[in-house]
Write a protein that binds this ligand. Structure first.
Ligand SMILES: NC(=O)c1ccc[n+]([C@@H]2O[C@H](COP(=O)([O-])OP(=O)(O)OC[C@H]3O[C@@H](n4cnc5c(N)ncnc54)[C@H](O)[C@@H]3O)[C@@H](O)[C@H]2O)c1
Length: 326
C-alpha cells in the first residue's frame, strides 16, 4: 500500500481525512505542529511526527522514509490569523514551500497534492468561475496561495506529479473542530444563542461538506499520478447566498431562531464551478450543507463540542493570539 505524508494532517480537514485514508489501507504519516492539539486516534498504520514545516533538516530526515505521495495542508489558514503576524504567515505559508518542493523532488515523491483555496480568484462578476480564469487574490493569505501554485507548477514534471486543489469553504464536524468558518459559525450561534447574524446577505459563499472534502483528497490519492499531473481543480458543493445558508441552518437546527441582518460594506460574492473535477475525474460531492449542519448539531447535543464560544482551539485567530508563535 502507498505511503503518504500528510503535512498539517492534524488540522480541521486533516483530522477528518486521515482516518478515511487509514480505513482505505494507506500507510499515513502526519507531520504537524499541533497548533490546535492532536485529535487523531492511534492506528497501526499511523505514524505521527510533531515538527515545524520550516525545519528543513527534519523534513529531509522524514522524507528519507520513502513516501510515495504528499498531501500538503499545513498553513496559517485564514485571513485574520495571517494578518495577525504577516511575517509568521509568510514564513509558514510561502517561504517554506519552495524548500519543501526541492526536498520532495530530490527524495523521489511521485505525487504532491497542494491545498490551495478558491479565494485565489478574488471577486468575479461571471456566474461560474472556472480554473482557467485569472487570479486576483484580495488578501495576503490568498496571494501566497497563488504564489505557491506558481511554484508548484514550476517544479512539476513527469516524475514529480503535482495537483492543485482550490476548495470552497469547508463545513461540518471534525475531530479538530473549526467554528470560525461561515456555516459552522451560523450553526454554533443558532444552536446555543438561538440567533444568527448576517452581514449583508445576498453574497454567495461556496461551501463543501468536510466529508466530501476528504473524499476529494482520497480521489486524488487514488488517481494515477500522470492523470492529475499539472492539473488544477476547484471543488465545492453549492454556491448559496448567506441568506440561504442562514435559512438552511435554521431549518436543520430546528429551534426558534432569529435571523438578524446587519448592513455590510463587504458585498464580495464568490461562486465557483466544480465542473472540471466532475468531467475529468468523475468526482461529485455526495453530502450537502444540511448534512454538515446536522453533524454539528449532533456534536453539540452529545456535548462532544463544549464551551463553543470560549475555547480558543475552535477559532484560529484566538489560538494564534494566545500562542504567540514566531
Ligand atoms: N477549512 C477551509 O474552509 C479551507 C478552504 C479552502 C482551503 N483550505 C486549505 O486547506 C488546508 C487545511 O485547512 P484546515 O481548515 O484544516 O486548517 P487548520 O488550520 O485546521 O489546519 C492546519 C494545520 O497545519 C498545522 N500547521 C500550521 N503551521 C504549521 C507549521 N509551521 N508546521 C507544521 N504544521 C503546521 C496546524 O497545526 C494545523 O494542524 C489549508 O491549507 C487551508 O488553506 C481550507
Amino acid at each position: 500500500m502507498k505511503k503518504i505524508l500528510v503535512i498539517g494532517g492534524a488540522g480541521y480537514v486533516g483530522s477528518n481525512l486521515v482516518p478515511i485514508l487509514l480505513s482505505e489501507g494507506y500507510k499515513i504519516t502526519v507531520f504537524d505542529l499541533f497548533i490546535y492539539g492532536n485529535h487523531l486516534k492511534n492506528h497501526e498504520n499511523l505514524n505521527i511526527i510533531k515538527g515545524d514545516i520550516r525545519d528543513f533538516n527534519l523534513i529531509e530526515k522524514i522524507l528519507n522514509k520513502n513516501f510515495d505521495e504528499i498531501i500538503h495542508l499545513a498553513c496559517i489558514s485564514n485571513d485574520p490569523s495571517f494578518e495577525l503576524n504577516p511575517h509568521l504567515g509568510k514564513s509558514i505559508n510561502f517561504d517554506s514551500f519552495e524548500p519543501l518542493l526541492k526536498i520532495s523532488k530530490t527524495k523521489g515523491i511521485k505525487k504532491f497534492i497542494f491545498a490551495s483555496s478558491s479565494s485565489v480568484y478574488g471577486v468575479k462578476d461571471v456566474e461560474n468561475v472556472n480554473e482557467n480564469m485569472s487570479l486576483k487574490p484580495l488578501t495576503d493569505y490568498s496571494k501566497y496561495k497563488a504564489m505557491c501554485e506558481d511554484l508548484l507548477m514550476k517544479y512539476s514534471d513527469k516524475y514529480f506529479n503535482t495537483c492543485i486543489l482550490r476548495p470552497a469553504t469547508v463545513c461540518g464536524f471534525s475531530p479538530r473542530q473549526r467554528l470560525d468558518v461561515v456555516v459552522n459559525i451560523f450553526a454554533n450561534f443558532a444552536f446555543f444563542k438561538n440567533k444568527i447574524t448576517i452581514f449583508g446577505g445576498e453574497q454567495l459563499r461556496p461551501n463543501i461538506n468536510i466529508i466530501d472534502m476528504s473524499l476529494c483528497y482520497l480521489k486524488l490519492v487514488e488517481e494515477k499520478p500522470e492523470n492529475i499531473n499539472g492539473e488544477i481543480f476547484n471543488v465545492g458543493q453549492e454556491n448559496h447566498s448567506l441568506n440561504k445558508l442562514a435559512e438552511i441552518t435554521r431549518k436543520v437546527i430546528s429551534k426558534d431562531i432569529a435571523i438578524e441582518k446587519v448592513n455590510s460594506n463587504d458585498n464580495r460574492s464568490y461562486h465557483i464551478s466544480s465542473e472540471k473535477i466532475f468531467k475529468k475525474l468523475k468526482f461529485k460531492t455526495k453530502y450537502d450543507i444540511e448534512d454538515a449542519i446536522f453533524s454539528l448539531k449532533e456534536a453539540f447535543e452529545k456535548k462532544v463540542l463544549i464551551n463553543t464560544f470560549d475555547n480558543d482551539d475552535y477559532f484560529n485567530i484566538k489560538k494564534m493570539q494566545s500562542l504567540n508563535l514566531e
